[in-house]
Design a protein around this ligand. Structure first.
Ligand code: MRU
Length: 369
């Protein structure tokens, strides 16, 4: 559907990022590769379609990927034609591993799939048909939780800034990356509700332009004062004194606080340190991986060269055959991070202790899983 045709009827903020259409055995997502030109909902039915949608970033952002995978594995489990638990479970695990292979860095993918697997193993004595119902309930609960978690992150994040502040963000950790509010944008949206009048700077975020296509789009549509800047402009706006805080999302936080987020985040953090601007990582505990000791242990997704040389251009913008390095994420060292904002509070350095404390308070033990 063309965005202009839809404009009078619906804002982008009214769309569900990820939805289950159980009646039609479909996972319905808002195709983010089409934004901001058009808002298209697409229905995915097969494992291959769901895998490809995650790999191609039609659905993207760590929390949204997790929710999509949860609904996805439910739909795939629903199709398994057997009453024998062992046969069902074996096929469930095969499909789960397949979906899990779509993207390696965002831990929410494996976190959500593991949580769905636990539904199968915890209730193995139940009839397979009942396990399938429970899988559906768990996926729906995961989505509802995501909304609550993002709002809680927004409340804690809001305590770190004051009305009129300038906030810089990188990539899209917005509503489009979650089920509502976003993580890094949650303090901005809650501030907007309360008349804080933030001035937001959105990095365009090369090469896939999540900042320009998604963050600038959703904030602008919501009436937030947002200014789009190229990735190489963050030092200029910080040097001008226009930025009071950086809020970004994350794909995996290691136990020592090192954080993988969209490529370029570490550059922003290094620049922010130079200009004494605090950098806050907005992290649902589902994105904190206490089993990964440091950033060096995080697998960084490598993406194809054409995303750098050709994508979004009318013709290639680099010589044919030139070597391209295209990591999707980088690691921001924990000593550049002023705080990690979770749904249970704000962790401060030393993170090895404070993140454990967050999980203890959440009643989930130091392992957090
Ligand atoms: O490659 P993407 O677009 O999935 O990368 C997304 C990010 O890096 C986000 O900042 C992160 O997933 C957090 S989303 C709340």
């Amino acid at each position: 559907m063309n965005m202009n045709e839809e404009k009078s009827k619906k804002s982008i903020m009214d769309y569900e990022t990820v939805e289950l259409d159980d009646e039609n055995d479909a996972l319905v997502i808002l195709d983010q590769t089409k934004l901001p030109g058009s808002a298209e909902l697409i229905s995915l039915h097969t494992g291959e379609e769901i895998w490809e949608a995650i790999y191609l970033l039609k659905v993207r952002g760590a929390p949204a990927i997790g929710v999509a995978a949860a609904f996805g594995i439910y739909l795939l489990a629903k199709k398994i034609q057997t009453d024998a638990y062992d046969v069902f479970y074996q096929e469930f695990c095969r499909q789960k591993e397949y979906l899990n292979s779509a993207r390696p860095t965002a831990v929410n993918l494996s976190w959500a799939l593991n949580r769905m697997e636990r539904v199968c193993t915890a209730d193995r004595e139940l009839p397979v048909a009942r396990i399938k119902e429970k899988l559906k309930e768990e996926a729906a609960a995961l989505k509802e939780e995501d909304i609550r978690v993002c709002r809680a992150i927004g409340e804690y994040g809001l305590t770190l800034v004051k009305p009129g502040d300038g906030i810089l963000t990188h990539c899209n950790a917005g509503q489009l990356a979650t089920c509502r509010y976003g993580t890094a944008t949650a303090p901005i949206y809650l501030g907007q509700e309360r008349g804080y009048h933030f001035r937001v700077f959105a990095d365009e975020t090369r090469p896939l332009l999540q900042g320009a296509r998604l963050t600038a789009y959703e904030l602008h549509a919501s009436g937030v004062d947002v200014t789009l800047i190229c990735d190489n402009m963050s030092a200029a706006v910080m040097r001008n004194g226009w930025v009071n805080a950086v809020f970004v999302g994350c794909d995996r936080v290691a136990a020592n606080g090192d954080t993988a987020n969209k490529i370029g985040t570490s550059v922003v953090a290094a620049v922010a340190q130079r200009y004494h601007v605090p950098v806050y990582i907005c992290a649902p505990t589902s994105t904190i991986d206490m089993n990964t000791p440091t950033g060096a242990d995080i697998v960084i997704e490598q993406r194809p060269a054409h995303e750098v040389t050709d994508m979004w251009y009318e013709k290639p913008m680099a010589p044919a055959g030139v070597k391209v390095y295209n990591p999707a994420f980088d690691v921001t060292d924990h000593d550049l991070i002023a705080g990690i904002v979770t749904e249970y509070g704000i962790a401060r350095a030393p993170y090895t202790e404070s993140l454990r404390e967050i999980f203890r308070n959440a009643g989930r033990g130091a392992e957090g899983r």
